[in-house]
Design a protein around this ligand. Sequence first.
Ligand code: KIV
Length: 283
Amino acid sequence: VDKETIDVGERRKTIKQLAQMKRAAQPIAMMTAYDYPSAVLAEQAGADIVLIGDSLAQVVQGHTATASVTLDDVVYHTRIVARAVRTPLIVADMPFGTYHGSDDRTIDHVVALVQDGGAHAVKMEGADVCDAVRAAVRVGVPVFGHLGVQPQSVHRHGGYFVQGKTLHDAEQLREDALRMQEAGACAIVLELVTAHVAQAITEALDIPTIGIGSGACCDGQVLVFHDIVGYDPLPHRPKSFVKAYAAAADVMRDALKQFVQDVRSGAFPSPSHAHAPSEEEKR
Ligand code: KIV
């Protein structure tokens, strides 16, 4: 039995287990991670899934939109996360423009995320990409769909608005979710969908739904790592659907200020932080 078999069979969360969790009404916990420390912390917290989200554009790279993220960026961050975690399923976001061309091109990009990055599954936004979902599934890679607010096409929608408010939109979303399931998606992220519609979709699907800003009736929840721990050093408008469980930026800023102050005052380093000369050096 090789290491990878043990890894998948005994410890790593599997797609099959996620489906079982839905059936057992056992909520699925998913969070983003982008680097070694955030991924280790996600694993230590017991996350079922870590997502290398293209939200890395905003929270890591300082961009204003996810469309700036490249395939190389996601491969790079996925590789780091894969090095850090053993139990959560690793899902990599397919960046803007990498799954909208031919099936062959999509497969090349999926293979890069799996082979070079170490992802176990990929995520694709929108209901117009069912062919890409089929292509990835055909080569054996599970696909998470992403419906509701789709940050990669934010300009088409004109902003980040709650989806599913009209009867027509609600029905469209439900149909889109069923089409993605039919195409072979193994789960669907529902971003900023009314709670009512998210519940209806969750009940209509056999595969799990993972909500973000979509109420309590999804099969699981996902949030961005930086939002969970309050690691946002600049004052931004708070997102109504986010619960910050800590104020990491404040803790870190205070520590850094204290360091600067101690260097300037001479309080750091103290004798205990310096190395005493050895007996030989003293002679
Ligand atoms: O990119 C991301 O982090 C995401 C989550 C918000 C679901 O897609």
